[in-house]
Design a binder for this molecule. Structure first.
Ligand code: SF4
Length: 342
């Protein structure tokens, strides 16, 4: 690890948690209407998308949540930013409970600190607005700059910050490429001067050639502005590029959490090992790459005990009955009976 990377990790280890997620849970009621259930003699159906997730993110850190689709990562992102209420648990950002009772002023101050960058930059930008108006909107909404010419100047600064021309503010979103549109979305997210940004698959909709540019931009901005990121991705190669810590999700449960360098060097949980074996990697040239075995089960009827047991090559006799509890293994936290001292 390079010296500046080591210093960054050491600094982020000293920093206090900016984000604290405790016992986060979210279920969705998928039941048919009452009359249908009565006629069909069927019961209620519920899906637990997130099942008791805990993690914290220190200031200046990039915490990545990874997992296959259906693992609950985007549901967690939406609960963390305040778009979807949890069924249980709490989210605290900079000491403020996101879902707690607050005065309108406290709510405004908290909203200003949190922003989100979405997967599809075209869908997240209003196609009828000029780019300048899109970026100025949070500045107006939070009453940050009253004077119109000062606001226009700030929009120009933000466009330059993300590598675009200040004159691009006169154009419409459809006049830009996918990568440039994601830059505009980033400029808009920065307009309220946030501390914490949730990046939900920010490069998945982009060509491979521009993915690295956008990831490098996010990393530069983090260093220049002291930002903290929650980075949601199904792509471990992308996560390796940006993350300080990584949480691996499987069917709504966090199965392994560790500093990124350690997780990639020595994964502990059988599922993490399986995910890593499937990652395209330049170091693995010539080696056989294993596909992820089996499919993620239906979350409406998850397997009992350890949810991963039907796909696990290291399964033990009680794995289909007992839910594994988090165990500390070095700097990692792992939910697997292989590490249970009992
Ligand atoms: Fe495999 Fe059992 Fe560990 Fe689950 S708890 S990952 S089934 S060994």
């Amino acid at each position: 690890m390079a010296l500046d990377e080591t210093l960054n990790v050491a600094r982020s280890n000293e920093a206090r948690p900016l984000v604290e997620v405790r016992g986060l849970r979210r279920s969705f009621d998928l039941s048919k209407p009452w009359l249908n259930r009565l006629i069909e003699r069927s019961g209620r159906v519920s899906l637990t998308a997130v099942d008791g997730v805990d993690f914290s993110i220190r200031e200046g850190e990039t915490y990545a949540l990874v997992g296959e689709s259906g693992s609950g990562k985007s549901t967690i992102a939406r609960m963390v930013v305040g778009l979807l209420p949890p069924s249980a648990g709490s989210v605290e950002i900079d000491g403020t409970d996101v879902w707690g009772k607050k005065s309108p002023d406290q709510e405004r101050r908290m909203r200003r600190k949190i922003q989100m960058i979405f997967q599809d930059p075209f869908a997240s930008l209003n196609p009828r607005w000029r780019v300048g108006a899109i970026i100025a909107e949070p500045i107006k909404a939070f009453g940050l700059i009253a004077d119109a010419s000062d606001r226009a100047e700030r929009v120009g600064e933000l466009l330059s910050l993300v590598g675009l021309d200040p004159r691009d503010g006169q154009k419409f979103p459809h006049e830009f490429s996918g990568g440039q549109r994601q830059r505009i979305a980033i400029a808009r997210a920065l307009a309220s001067d946030p501390k914490f940004i949730v990046c939900d698959e920010p490069t998945s909709a982009l060509d491979v050639s521009v993915q690295a540019q956008v990831l490098n931009l996010l990393r530069d901005l983090q260093q220049r502005l002291g930002l903290t990121y929650l980075f949601i991705s199904h792509n471990l190669a992308v996560v390796r590029h940006v993350a300080t810590r990584v949480g691996v999700l499987y069917l709504g449960r966090l199965v392994e959490e560790a500093p990124a360098a350690e997780l990639f060097a020595a994964p502990q949980h059988p599922y993490t090992k399986m995910l890593l074996e499937a990652v395209p990697d330049i170091d693995m040239e010539g080696k056989e790459r294993l596909a992820i075995a089996g499919e993620i089960p239906n979350p409406v009827t998850p397997p009992p005990g350890c949810h991963f047991h039907p796909r696990c090559p290291a399964r033990l006799s009680g794995c289909d009955r007992d839910i594994p509890m988090p165990q500390h293994v070095g700097n990692a936290t792992v939910r697997c009976h292989l590490f249970d001292p009992r």
